[in-house]
Design a protein around this ligand. Sequence first.
Ligand SMILES: *[C@@H]1O[C@H](CO)[C@@H](O)[C@H](O)[C@H]1NC(C)=O
Ligand SMILES: *[C@@H]1O[C@H](CO)[C@@H](O)[C@H](O)[C@H]1NC(C)=O
Ligand SMILES: *[C@@H]1O[C@H](CO)[C@@H](O)[C@H](O)[C@H]1NC(C)=O
Ligand SMILES: *[C@@H]1O[C@H](CO)[C@@H](O)[C@H](O)[C@H]1NC(C)=O
Length: 685
Amino acid sequence: MLPKQLLLLLLAQAQLLVVAVGVDGGVEFAYEGFVTAGLALDGIASVTPDGLLLLTNDTNLNIAHAFHPDPVRFHRPPSGGGAPVMSSFSTTFVFAIVSDLIDLSTSGLAFLVAPSSRDLSTATAQQYLGMFNASNNGDPQNHVFAVELDTVRNTEFQDMNDNHVGIDVNSLNSSAAATAGYYDDATGTFQNLGLASRHPMQVWVDYDAATTEITVATAPARSPRPKRPLLSTRINLSTIIADTAYVGFSSGSSIVLCKNYVLGWSFSLDGGAAPALDYAKLPKLPRIGPKPRTKALAIVLPIVTTAAVLAAVGVGLLVLRRRLRYAEVREDWEVEFGPHRFAFKDLYHATAGFRDKRLLGTGGFGSVYMGLLPGSRSEVAVKRVSHESKQGMKEFIAEVVSIGRLRHRNLVQLLGYCRRKGELLLVYDYMPNGSLDKYLHGHREDTALDWAQRLRIIKGVASGLLYLHEDWEQVVIHRDIKASNVLLDGEMNGRLGDFGLARLYDHGAPAKTTHVVGTMGYLAPELVRTGRATTLSDVFAFGAFLLEVTCGRRPIEEEDVYGDFDRFVLADWVLGHWRNGAITGAVDAKLRTGTGYNAAEADLVLRLGLTCLHPSPVARPSMRQVMQYLNSSAPLPELPPTYVTINMLTAMETQQGVLGTRAVWRSTSSIATMSDSDIGLSSGR
Ligand SMILES: *[C@@H]1O[C@H](CO)[C@@H](O)[C@H](O)[C@H]1NC(C)=O
Ligand SMILES: *[C@@H]1O[C@H](CO)[C@@H](O)[C@H](O)[C@H]1NC(C)=O
Ligand SMILES: *[C@@H]1O[C@H](CO)[C@@H](O)[C@H](O)[C@H]1NC(C)=O
Ligand SMILES: *[C@@H]1O[C@H](CO)[C@@H](O)[C@H](O)[C@H]1NC(C)=O
């Protein structure tokens, strides 16, 4: 206990400095939600009406800080008098990282102690977490102590992986770090925690001034603090943390929309453990739509809503009364498209009234039925897509009709369309062998394709895509290349299907933006960022497709492990094999033991896949080059040793400097003017 007089003196001073004063003159506070906390916010940090502290809410590389409003006096004269000494402290908080694309979390957040709540304005976002910039990282003058929750592996900071907790002293090169997780109290086994899993998690940080021991523990929300800490190290913070300093959180936005939330926080200086947080009182995270599934997700980000809104099919139409059964919508402007128009009555009979037994499949944009056209008896596939908006319909039909003029043996032929109230029907050639993904991801041995078949499909799809990009009268961007959109004809040739989503571009005309449509794992980073699809974003998706076909695995697979999502990223996995000098180790095991397997060809296809998956569009080959590489009429350039996948893209950004990289992601014109050497690449074109 302090002498009474000194305690009073401290109390008088302390009132200016602290919110609550503990028995020993310490500081203590606890927030379960932040509505009344009066946090000092800057940058893009905000407190939502529900009381969540939302650090990042955009993709503009902004920084965000939220500090407890009053400074904390970390050094005080000891009870016996003399020079001030550093106090112990303890803090705990509950946070959640909610990324739009769960495979693309590109930053993280940190609890920090900083000498001033205002001198962080020159810090930068993304991998610098709003705490430092490229010039002051590691500077002892920073006087910053932090615990980072980092979802990116930045090799320039010697990060161990893309899911770690680190103790940072003046630097993002952590003094100690560990994979995010905890040791189970009962069994002692280590359990992973996916920081970017969208689930709330709790962190405990303690500093014991007497021993200089720093301990950090993490656990899933609602679990007690694990007995064994995740990290424990001794660092004397006495000269690091300023006499009075601010405590709070820091983060920065990055190219992927990633919302970093803090739900509750408590802190205690010289008062023992930080007060416990009551989960029942914490604000709830907003609902974020359906749970991520193991299957690839189709995502639609509205950018500029001009075209028809495509949504799920209403099969309820089937119960319409008989006289309404064949009703169609026709408008005057459709006369010019006449020859491509089908009568609904014909389609209805062709599909036996859209019976379930004719259902070939249901995708994100509609259901597909097998049909036999009356008269010709030719087999067709009829896709029913609901549309709610009349706006843009003429434009859309015009596109459908011009797509109908595309002719290539590796494209699924679109024969025509029909319109009904709230519904659009697209009629395609029927593909008797169905879609490729069933062969790749099915579990039946008899449907597995051998290597020669797969290579033929790959070459076919490449040639179809080259036709769309370069050999037709207009540039057609497919926008949704993936195994499930590749259909197999009677001779097992691969044909690209589903042009319902494709938009047309005149040669040389600027892209017009409607939706970002595509499928996770196949979406190029610049497409996510700008919403603008290009031939090079198609090449990216084609790269994902190459790996998918060769490895027999989806670009992204998620498994629900211990309530957390374990994410398998195919590109990173293949890259790992390449780095180990054995890229063909990633080839589908079914192929390696099968007939006709050619390791040199598989090696080429995998390296080509990685080349197409380059995060920077300028480093990707064109489809014409892809064809040359596949046919061995041109040698595929070696991957540069600095090759990074999208998960490692922040490493690339450091070489470029954050502002330069920002230009890369933000403006396609600056991409065009940058040379490959500018961004540290040596392959591609
Ligand atoms: C993010 O939050 C800041 C601070 O509340 C606000 O000014 C800004 O408009 C928000 N940005 C977006 C994209 O919602
Ligand atoms: C980095 O931060 C330091 C400290 O605030 C500042 O002096 C310096 O100008 C910043 N550097 C850049 C490049 O912004
Ligand atoms: C961080 O680590 C990198 C890679 O080893 C090194 O080049 C850099 O100098 C380190 N920076 C600091 C501030 O320690
Ligand atoms: C920590 O460093 C301070 C200042 O150098 C020193 O006075 C103190 O004794 C150190 N604490 C421990 C536990 O070594």
